[in-house]
Design a protein around this ligand. Structure first.
Ligand code: KIV
Ligand code: NA
Length: 264
């Protein structure tokens, strides 16, 4: 199998073939999504909520994300593996951002990194790209800034559309090879996608982007509870695992497991 490279993603945009991305935090999900033909696996800082049990993405650290990134990178045969720079690991300076990104590539085995921010992150993006790290920018709603943005809110509405477009242009000019847009109006996301040469990936950004990303624990229903509007649920893993665990419990309680065939 041929590995997905940045130029393949650019070619997909040019021929109008949508790009698929899912989060993955471990070896089995990475192997399954890779086998399914998903082009990009994001070891998101959403592992903070989905692996480590935190309420937001803010607490997760580089040292926590690196082993997950390494596990995903080891089992992805074709997919491009994206390391997600966590809160506080790149905003201080381009040097800090570059050194963190290098850790994700050297220690984590990531093929590229993603970082949150638009125009203000241009120097960090340029530093990384000049140092051999392909960068994906993440604009619109950026969860690491939930306390400055005032909670989970759609970004780029009304007058803020020009700001969002300026961010998209700035990250492309700084050298990002892709941009993720989260929770922005579909018409603005479509306009940006048409204008930019680099592919755009949407999450809550409508159907006019060059690709889509979902958090796997949302998409396949292992997580329960209130889902954001932009999530579509493709499986009910919570139900599957719950039934399995109950059947095992019942078997053991009834001494119907282990059976003859499981004994020595
Ligand atoms: O961490 C994450 O899962 C993300 C996606 C929502 C894009 O950044
Ligand atoms: Na993230």
């Amino acid at each position: 199998v041929k590995k997905i490279r940045t130029h393949h993603l650019r070619e997909m945009k040019e021929r109008g073939e949508p790009i698929t991305m899912l989060t993955a935090y471990d070896m089995y999900t990475a192997a399954i999504f890779d086998e399914a033909g998903i082009e990009m696996l994001l070891v998101g800082d959403s592992a903070s909520n989905n692996v480590f049990g935190n309420e937001t993405s803010l607490p997760v650290t580089v040292d926590e994300l690196l082993p997950l990134t390494r596990a995903v990178a080891k089992s992805a045969k074709r997919a491009m593996v994206v390391g997600d720079l966590p809160f506080g690991s790149y905003q201080a300076s381009p040097e800090q951002g570059y050194l963190t990104a290098v850790r994700f590539m050297k220690e984590g085995g990531a093929h590229c990194v993603k970082l949150e921010g638009g125009e203000e992150m241009a120097p960090v993006i340029t530093k990384c790209v000049q140092g051999g790290v392909p960068v994906i920018a993440h604009i619109g709603f950026t969860p690491q800034s939930e306390h400055t943005l005032g909670g989970y809110r759609v970004q780029g509405r009304g007058d803020a559309a020009e700001r969002l477009k300026a961010d998209a242009r700035a990250v492309q000019a700084a050298g990002a090879f892709m941009v993720v847009m989260e929770m922005v109006p579909a018409d603005i996301a479509r306009e940006i996608s048409e204008e930019l040469a680099i592919p755009t990936i949407g999450i809550g950004a409508g159907n006019g982007c060059d690709g889509q990303v979902l958090v796997w624990t949302d998409a396949f229903g292992i997580r329960t509870g209130k889902m954001p509007r932009f999530v579509k649920q493709y499986a009910d893993l919570h139900g599957v695992l719950l039934e399995g665990a109950k059947a095992y419990r019942d078997d053991v309680k009834a001494r119907t497991f282990p059976g003859e065939e499981h004994q020595f």
